[in-house]
Design a protein around this ligand. Structure first.
Ligand code: AMP
Length: 246
């Protein structure tokens, strides 16, 4: 199973990818995460993209496509891939087709998270994550149950993205409208786009994605209780799930 999560910044792509990884052993291929790691490590690529990312502009197709190609090479063939934040331009979409073909993979779905752009600035500027496990939180909508302690892993360090500020967010949205949204028709022609209302609560969006991908169990789990997060299998359960994602 290979899918693209598509939507403007703040639509919830990373959050949903995170759930699919933990519940089903799929692998998240986030070009944003890869680029941030390169910036932090001070690699030549990191130095090239640092300023571009800080301004909220797109880095070159060549750089991100090379990162994706390398990540796929390292991915076990049985692991399902979630493309998060890639492709973002028509050039990247074409390149992804070629990369997938080289790796013997096919694209199953493009999940489009449809969101109200006006609500996104508030969503993005309030978000932060656990520095240890990556669990996502929000200043208003989702604070840790015990202040300063991650609900999932119990650690105490949190981080915010430097580009999650109102000015940069506007640029990132403009980039999305101008360069990323136009790739949708390409996938619509193939009949693989599934549109989901990304303004619904996280658990509902998770359940809808699970239903599309045929993960009925997660759809059930995520609708229960507080409706916050689905039960996350670990160890053997996650490994077993990974084999089912093929
Ligand atoms: P993200 O974490 O997906 O919001 O990405 C953060 C920033 O990384 C973006 O604003 C871009 O500067 C850069 N970036 C991430 N993915 C891509 C991509 N596929 N193409 C071009 N730039 C990207």
């Amino acid at each position: 199973m290979n899918i693209i999560l598509l939507g403007p910044p703040g639509a919830g792509k990373g959050t949903q990818a995170h759930h699919l990884v933990h519940a089903h052993g799929m692998r998240q291929l986030s070009t944003g995460d890869m680029l941030r790691a390169a910036v932090q490590a001070g690699t030549p690529i990191g130095e090239t993209v640092r300023g571009i990312m800080a301004r909220g502009e797109l880095v070159s197709d060549e750089i991100v496509s090379a990162l994706i190609d390398a990540e796929l090479l390292a991915l076990p063939p049985e692991a399902g891939a979630i493309f998060d934040g890639y492709p973002r331009t028509e050039g990247q979409a074409r390149e992804l087709d070629a990369i997938l073909a080289r790796h013997g993979r096919t694209l199953d779905y493009v999940i489009e998270l449809d969101v109200d752009e006006d609500a996104l600035v508030e969503r993005i500027t309030g978000r932060f994550t656990c520095a240890n496990c990556g669990e996502g939180y929000h200043d208003v909508h989702r604070l840790p149950r015990v202040p300063g302690t991650c609900d999932v892993c119990g650690s105490h360090g949190f981080k915010r993205r430097p580009d999650d500020n109102a000015d940069t967010v506007r640029t990132r949205m403009a980039e999305y409208r101008a360069k990323t949204a136009p790739i949708l028709p390409l996938y619509e022609q193939r009949g693989i786009v599934r549109r989901i209302d990304g303004m619904r609560p996280i658990a509902e969006v998770t359940a809808q994605i699970a239903a599309i991908l045929g993960f009925a169990d997660v759809s059930q789990a995520s609708m229960e209780g507080s409706g916050e997060l689905p039960e996350r299998p670990s160890g053997k359960a996650a490994a077993d799930a990974a084999h089912q994602t093929r």
